[in-house]
Design a protein around this ligand. Structure first.
Ligand code: ACO
Length: 337
């Protein structure tokens, strides 16, 4: 690679997504735990979610989404020089899920690693890729958010098992050297934040090094999602709204300029609370959580790809992405589509 040219721009040139075929509806869940379609719909907006097969891994889903993104971008896997997978449900502790994706794609020239920022993972990964590109260090990155959250669910806990689903979303991000400010897909601004004081309100407490699963605790569900729902809700609304405002300000834009808000698809009420506060009407808010539930790091990638393929976002539109997740973590990106 030649000497880096500093301060290049980064643009999204292709998107892709994948969800498993198996559908788990609210009615199906009502047969497993004490819940109803009415409760889940009213509190969250979710109607159904997708569940991966037992032998379908996070890297399988990530690879399927990536292949669609590469196809749209019109590039080969060999052209990739960076693959970042955002996930909390990696195939193994190591190697990284990104290395499995590299092998499955045949992306021999890429540097590969995973990041964990929970539901903010896709936007964190986009920003990491953007920085690699901005400095001239890499030219063509594959960013993937992929999750097999069904592997972390306590199917006896009605407060959490109704919320989550499996899937993957991907974007190809490439260096653009144009001086023009209307390059399609260009990332105009990104805001990121974290608050490690609130690690306890949303976590999978066990199964890793701090609290391994042992014969004594194997039935305690320590390797499943534990959440203080109301607290998460409250922080999500505050942080996501602030992140949107800060990213728009950095881009020199206002909420009136935004054609579509694509928020982390956790809960309809969280999204409405944010867009109401921003003054963005529902018709400028993309929603697909009724079909997939909360797919954590995959959610924004899947929604961005669906919005793109359905024509809900068009070339030149200002698109506002915003995420929030465990950590706590949050992020927002403004893109000129
Ligand atoms: N079906 C029926 N009743 C239920 C269910 C269910 N699936 N789950 C909980 N309940 C009951 C509770 O037991 C409680 O009963 P009680 O009053 O007799 O004690 C009652 O419903 C109210 O429970 P709350 O937890 O207070 O319900 P709330 O209105 O806060 O809604 C929810 C819960 C949907 C989880 C909400 O807090 C929320 O969306 N929080 C955000 C969390 C989130 O989205 N997390 C995803 C991960 S983080 C992220 O991605 C942003």
């Amino acid at each position: 690679m030649s000497d880096p040219k500093p301060f290049c721009n980064a643009s999204i040139i292709g998107t892709g997504s994948y969800v498993p075929t198996k559908v788990l509806t609210n009615e199906d869940l009502a047969k497993i735990v004490d819940t109803t379609d009415e409760w889940i719909t009213t509190r969250t907006g979710i109607k159904e979610r997708r569940i991966a097969e037992d032998d379908e891994t996070t890297s399988d889903m990530a690879t399927a989404a990536a292949q669609r993104a590469l196809e749209m971008a019109g590039i080969t896997a060999e052209e990739l020089d960076l693959i970042i997978v955002a996930t909390v449900t990696q195939d193994m502790f190591f190697p990284s899920t990104a290395c499995f994706v590299q092998r499955k794609l045949g992306a021999a020239n890429a540097v590969c690693f995973d990041i964990n920022a929970a539901c903010s993972g896709f936007l964190y990964a986009m920003q990491v890729a953007r920085h690699f590109i901005n400095t001239g260090n890499r030219t063509t990155a594959l960013v993937i958010g992929a999750e097999k959250l069904s592997s972390l669910i306590n199917w006896n806990d009605r407060a959490t098992c109704v919320l989550f689903g499996d899937g993957a979303g991907a974007a190809v991000v490439r260096r653009d050297d144009s001086q023009a400010d209307d390059v399609p897909g260009r990332v105009l601004a990104t805001i990121m934040g974290s608050d490690g004081n609130l690690t306890d309100i949303l976590k999978v407490p066990g199964g890793a090094a701090a609290h391994p699963v042992t014969p004594d605790n194997v039935n305690d569900n320590i390797k499943t999602i534990s959440m203080e729902g109301k607290e998460v809700f409250r922080h999500a609304v505050t942080r996501m709204k602030e992140a949107c405002e800060q990213a728009l300000e950095r881009a020199g834009l206002t909420a009136d300029d935004v054609k579509m808000v694509i928020a982390h698809q956790a809960n309809q009420r969280i999204i409405s609370a944010i867009t109401d506060r921003l003054g963005v009407p529902p018709e400028r808010t993309f929603i697909n959580l009724h079909k997939y539930g909360n797919t954590s790091a995959a959610s924004i990638g899947i929604a961005l790809d669906e919005a793109n393929r359905q024509g809900a976002i068009q070339r030149g539109d200002v698109v506002l992405l915003v995420a929030f997740g465990a950590g706590l973590t949050w992020a927002s990106s403004v893109i000129r589509w």
